[in-house]
Design a protein around this ligand. Sequence first.
Ligand SMILES: [Zn+2]
Length: 90
Amino acid sequence: MEPVASPTDDTTLKTLFEYIDVTAHTPTENGDVTGCDHTFRFTEQWADKNGIDVIDLYQFLNAHGGFCDCEVCFNVEGALFDEEFEDEEE
Ligand SMILES: [Zn+2]
C-alpha cells in the first residue's frame, strides 16, 4: 500500500492534537466534559478552521490508526511524534 501523504505540515498537524485535547476536556456551560463521542467531530471542526480537505485528512488519520478524535490523539500522535508521548500510567 502507498503511504498516505499528510494533507498538511507537521507544525499544523500538531495543532490538531492540541485542539482535540483542549476541546474534548474543556467543560461546556453545563459543566459537562464532552470527550470523544467516537466520531471525528473535533477533527472536522479543526479541518474547517484550517482550510484542510477533511477527506484527505481522514485518509491520513485512518492510515495511522486514528478512527475517532481520541484515537487521533493516542494513535496518530503516538505514531508520528513518538518522542512527545508520555506514559502516565504507574
Ligand atoms: Zn474516541
